[in-house]
Structure formats: C-alpha cells, structure tokens
Design a protein around this ligand. Sequence first.
Ligand SMILES: NC(=O)c1ccc[n+]([C@@H]2O[C@H](COP(=O)([O-])OP(=O)(O)OC[C@H]3O[C@@H](n4cnc5c(N)ncnc54)[C@H](O)[C@@H]3O)[C@@H](O)[C@H]2O)c1
Ligand SMILES: O=C(O)C[C@H](O)C(=O)O
Length: 327
Amino acid sequence: MKTPVTITVTGAAGQIAYSLLFRIASGSMLGCDQPVNLRLLEIEPAMKALNGVVMELQDCAFPLVNDIVATCDPDEAFKDANWCILVGSVPRKAGMERKDLLSINGKLFIGQGKSIAANAAKDVRVFVVGNPCNTNALIAMKNAAGVPNDRFFAMTRLDENRAKSQLADKAGVHVSRVTNMAIWGNHSATQYPDWTNAKIDGKPVTDLISDMDWLKGEFITTVQQRGAAIIAARGLSSAASAANAAVDTVRSLSFPTPEGDWHSVAVCSDGSYGIEAGIICSFPIRTKEDGSWEIVQGLPIDAFSREKIDATVNELLEEKAAVSDIL
Ligand SMILES: NC(=O)c1ccc[n+]([C@@H]2O[C@H](COP(=O)([O-])OP(=O)(O)OC[C@H]3O[C@@H](n4cnc5c(N)ncnc54)[C@H](O)[C@@H]3O)[C@@H](O)[C@H]2O)c1
Ligand SMILES: O=C(O)C[C@H](O)C(=O)O
C-alpha cells in the first residue's frame, strides 16, 4: 500500500467540490492504487452542509480514502497538505466578467497563501480554481513565503477541453483525436485557444478544417465565452465540467505527458515567448518523468497568435496592477 497523499480542497461544500471530491476519492485523479487523506475547508456557515458531504463520502465506502477532516480552520485544513486545490470563492453571475470577482475573492488568497506556507508539506503544490484564478494564484504565491513559485498553478484545462471539443465537432472526428491544444494567457474572455499549433490525428487542424474565418473568429469566441454560456443556460456556473478539468489537471501534473503532446495550465511565467516573468499565465506544459514540469519551447507563434497572446497577457498585467497592494 502506498503512503496516502494529503489533499486539501477549499470550498468543499460548494457545487464544484460536490463533483470533485467523489472523483478524487474514487482514484480518478491520482490512480486506483493511491490512498488519499481528504482535508476539507469551508467557512463556518457552510459547516453543516459540509458535514452532509462528509456523510456521503463515508457512505461511498471508498477503499482509497484513508481519513477525512472537515474544518473551518485553514491551518488545520492545510496541515501536511501535498496538494491544495483552492476552489472556495464566490462564482460570477450573469453579466459579470471573472475579473469583477477580484475585489471579492482576491483577499481570501492572502490568508490561504500564508497558511499554506506555515502548514503544508515541503512538496506542496497549490492549484487555484476559484476565479479570477490566475490572479488569485498570484496572490497566494506572493503570500506563501518559502514555497517555490513553480508549485503554483491556475486552471485553464476546462478551456482546453472546451477547445478540443469544438474542433472535434467542426472536423467531425472524435475528441480523442485532437491533441496539442494550448490555451495561452488568462482564464477569461481574452484567453487564446491556439488552433495554429493544435493537431488532429497528428496533423495541422487546417488539414481537416478549411474554414479559416471560423478558426480565427467563432471558434475562439465560443471558447472564450463558454463559461458565460453555461451560466446563461444553467443559471449557475459550470461545476461538473470544472471538477473534471481539475481532475485532469492534477493527473496531468502528476504523470508524464504522452510523447509529443502537451496540456494547458497557468504557471508562473519565466519570460518564455516574451511573456513577462512572474505572472501566472497559461502555457503549453509538459510533465517530465521526474514529476517536474516545463513550458514547451520553440512553438511557432505567427502574427495572429502574437496579437492574441499579447492581449491576454496585457489583461493579466492589468489584474496584477489592480492587486499590487496585496502582492
Ligand atoms: N478556473 C475555472 O475553469 C473555473 C471553472 C468553474 C468555476 N470556477 C470558479 O470556482 C469557484 C467555485 O465555484 P463553485 O461553483 O463551486 O461555487 P460555490 O458557491 O458553489 O462554492 C464555493 C464554496 O466556497 C466556499 N468558500 C467561500 N469562501 C471560502 C473560504 N475563505 N474558505 C473556504 N471555503 C470558502 C463557500 O462557502 C462555498 O461553499 C468560483 O470562483 C468559480 O467562478 C473556476
Ligand atoms: O465562467 C465562469 O465564471 C465559471 C468558470 O470560470 C467557467 O469557465 O465556466
């Protein structure tokens, strides 16, 4: 039996967590041979609901769940955590952009960053789902003294999955045949889903999709606006697909990336592709055999892509400037 991995999930009584926790507990995220300790953080008013979630986790009799702690004390929740999945925060409503949440949610990540630095395991990795996730991750990173910058991530995998699904639908192929789908920049309406470097059956997408107007226009805006479309349809923001993307992200960061492919996640920029160092920006990422990750280098960036990448990076710089007092 492997040593249990301790996973802290914040916002554990919320709608994303209601899908996510059961996927983690079943082994979908870290594998069917990997036991887990679950540390569930909520705010005090949600503790009753959280206790109900714990009862349901118990009622699943998951063989991989070693123990469960439900708490409203961040220090207790982050104690010895190997993975911190920061979901807890307010979702946007119809008519809002994700960055409108910065003033509401941003400050949560100051205290959580400090508590992670003080309590988590030496190998901790911190993955932010709560919006605006890139800048919330930046706030957590800047407040987690002593935790290396390469341990912080923000979720753009849902955007990658959405983009793959749109390309597959347009090309009339199964989604599994779409690979190398990089999301650049911010998890926002400025993100750039990079069809120029994506592949279908290992070939450029333009071999199967000749509608350049669609690729340059509707494809990109559909992916950029998909979160808003879900809110308009459901009256609530995406939850099951977000939880699925969170599982995909942690799994992709935990196991080597298949040869020739990459996955999308926002990481602390090292200046690659001329993107300002120090912001949490989505890149094409490969996970190496030793468990570390790297930004895929040397991808061709044409003038169209450059303009799109610059626009989303500029938005990240604006968000950073807006929270400069808490960094
Ligand atoms: N990055 C992405 O792709 C992506 C996708 C979907 C949703 N999201 C974001 O995820 C977040 C959560 O969405 P949801 O639908 O689960 O929302 P939700 O309102 O259903 O749940 C959020 C939970 O967080 C809790 N919470 C609030 N402050 C907390 C704190 N300080 N500590 C611990 N818990 C706290 C709340 O009590 C609530 O139970 C939102 O910000 C949403 O916009 C991101
Ligand atoms: O769009 C939202 O506000 C929720 C989430 O970020 C999404 O992309 O579905």
